[in-house]
Ligand binder design. Structure first.
Ligand code: AGP
Length: 613
């Protein structure tokens, strides 16, 4: 979604802003802009619809944007169409306040109406213009400092935001505030940076401060100060970012997605080793869950969005079977508006790569407010969900740049597998030996994923054959159905081909009428208990003209008698089969998108981190 970069210091601001914005491109955006100030001069604001490259073209020479203080933004339209006018930065009528904003101001219409009565005019459809003009209004009315005026404004607005402002009366200074949207401040020597996400400033510093909700920051050359909502100075802890800047580069791969698919063996292995100690013992002390707490759990609620939700759907089978705890998996966007009776001895598991997904964050808050213990499975250290949850299991996928998740998804799966094994052992459903054997199976996953990746050319060939398909159906039962959901999402989000994941037994209750001559039906069959059943459902579609692709484990060679193209993945304990079966489906989505000449890493209309409802 939207991205923010700000800089003030000894160097020129524009190159830092443009570099930072380009590092945030992966989040998805439709327009971009910067405002740069040279000493006391008025800021130069340049905005453009489209890509950063279009903005750079419009700026022309960097001599056109001279100055050591500036703010920049990539916008993903929420209020008002993507256009140069709606792009940020926005400004008050006399340029006294210029700013950029991430998130949504829910009561912007009310603010706009109030300000109109006071004589303000509005040139854009954005909520951002409203908050900037509100700050300007308070700043002038009460003759206050910028921090006081911002505090007054944020007490008035409802919604989530990260806000970065420059005031005409304060050359070389940037003022920031946040509530709900991520924001970090970095310092090195005389240079101060602000950004909505770590990659934007990783080239310059790896020491950052995280601003909490309803806090503000004041940046100037050589220093930064933090304030609470009362305007009192507060101290913040400097945190070191351990990511490697190189990890956020493509490293020779054509796309981030392909690179990240190939990083899965290492990401999964690192995540396993973060909790599996000598002798295959699972140690959850870092996660903070004690054996007493585990024994008390009467119900698990898994709440997440998109692919993270699909992880939940797959993991429910594993948790119920190995740990004997009933599991409900909820879409965060639905859960947050539902009045569902919650069991008090429950554990809520919130799964999120970014740790900033608005619906997942609200679901977490709702769980906490209901007195439910929360455990976050999160990839981004220091993210909102990680900070607000009672317990955190960090996946070690490293930075994931492609919008379509792959390696984060895979690490979330093994994190849940290990929780299920340990819960089962602690609660007496598994002996130490059984738990040991299952951990061995989980530990075999990285190498097996690497084997699947060696066979990617076959999938590429098949993908090019179906690059123009109209519809694709993914069918399976149980855990295989969960794998289908992710395979289908991978396909549609980057290839723009309509696809559906269907529980194979449900097909004949309606959906099979969509199958016609040549429709691609992919049957996932890794679960021995329902293997024959799914194969029968595949045959039913073939009788109506479907072209069948089968996906199963080595040894199930009989599937080749039914399917016209079959992919085999190595055998693993069937509880963990999603970890392997999903990989050919990730490759299929990738190669179809590639064959169609689409923007694989930045698919249309999508953002990496969905920080609005
Ligand atoms: C999947 O490829 C998508 N990018 C999307 O469904 C994603 O999984 C979802 O938005 C949740 O994001 P999160 O893990 O950062 O919370």
């Amino acid at each position: 979604m939207c991205g923010i970069v700000g800089y003030t210091g000894a160097g020129q601001a524009a190159p830092v802003l443009l570099d930072g914005l380009s590092k945030l491109e992966y989040r998805g955006y439709d327009s971009a802009g910067i405002a740069v100030r040279d000493g006391e001069a008025e800021p130069v604001i340049v905005k453009e619809k489209g890509r950063i490259a279009d903005l750079k073209k419009k700026i022309g020479s960097e001599d056109n944007v001279i100055g050591t203080c500036g703010i920049g933004h990539t916008r993903w339209a929420t209020h008002g169409a993507p256009s140069e006018t709606n792009a940020h930065p926005h400004h008050s009528d006399d340029n006294a306040v210029v700013g950029v904003h991430n998130g949504i101001i829910e009561n912007y219409e009310e603010i706009r109406a109030k300000l109109k009565k006071k004589g303000y005019e509005f040139y854009s459809q954005t909520d951002t213009e409203c908050i900037i003009k509100l700050v300007d209004y308070y700043y002038k009315k009460y003759q206050e400092t910028p921090i006081e005026a911002i505090a007054r404004a944020i007490l008035r607005v409802r919604g989530s935001y990260a806000l970065c402002l420059m005031f005409a009366d304060y050359p070389g200074e940037i003022f920031c505030a946040r509530n709900g949207s991520p924001m970090i401040i970095g310092m090195t020597g005389e240079d101060a940076f602000v950004a909505s996400d770590v990659p934007a400033i990783l080239n310059y510093t790896r020491h950052v401060y995280y601003i909490d909700n309803m806090e503000m920051a004041h940046l100037k050359k050589g220093g930064v100060e933090f304030f609470n909502i009362d305007g009192d100075r507060i101290e913040k802890e400097l945190v070191e970012i351990k990511w490697d800047a190189e990890a956020a580069e493509k490293g020779g791969y054509e796309h981030f997605m392909l690179k990240e698919i190939h990083e899965q063996p290492k990401a999964v292995e690192d995540t396993i080793h973060s909790v599996v100690k000598d002798g295959n013992r699972i140690d959850l002390s870092g996660v903070g869950l004690s054996e007493e707490e585990i024994k008390k759990i009467s119900q698990i609620y898994i709440v997440a969005c998109g692919s993270a939700y699909h992880v939940g759907v797959s993991s429910q089978y594993v948790l119920e079977d190995l740990a004997g705890i009933p599991v409900r998996v909820e879409l965060a966007s639905e859960f947050r508006y539902r009045s569902m009776p919650l069991l008090q001895d429950a554990l809520a598991i919130i799964i999120s790569q970014s740790g900033e997904t608005a619906d997942s964050l609200e679901a977490l808050r709702k769980m906490k407010a209901s007195g439910i213990k929360t455990l976050a499975i999160v990839n981004v250290v220091g993210s909102s969900i990680a900070r607000e949850a009672d317990h955190v299991f960090y996946t070690l996928a490293g930075p994931e740049i492609a919008v379509a998740t792959t390696k984060a998804y895979s690490t979330q799966l093994v994190a849940n597998d290990l929780l299920a094994i340990e819960f089962g052992r602690v609660r007496g459903l598994l002996t130490d030996e059984e738990a040991y054997r299952l951990v061995e199976e989980v530990k075999s996953i990285p190498e097996k994923i690497a084997t699947i990746l060696e066979d990617k050319n076959r999938i590429q060939w098949f993908a090019s054959k179906f690059a123009n398909a109209h519809d694709i159906f993914f069918i399976g039962r149980g855990i295989d159905y969960a794998t289908c959901m992710e395979g289908s999402l991978k396909c549609k989000e980057i290839s723009y081909i309509h696809s559906e994941a269907y529980a194979a037994g449900e097909l004949k209750h309606g959906t099979i009428s969509l199958v016609e001559e040549g429709t691609l039906v992919i049957g996932v069959c890794t679960q021995s208990e329902v293997f024959e059943k799914t194969v029968s459902n595949m045959v039913e579609t073939a009788s109506r003209g479907a072209y069948l692709m089968g996906l199963t484990t080595e040894d199930n060679y009989s599937l080749e008698d039914v399917a016209r193209f079959t992919v085999f993945v190595p055998k693993v304990d069937e509880h963990f089969s999603t970890s392997l079966a999903v990989v050919p489906l990730q490759l299929l989505g990738y190669y179809i998108s590639l064959a169609r000449g689409l923007d694989v890493d930045k698919p249309r209309n999508l953002a990496k981190s969905v920080t609005v409802e």
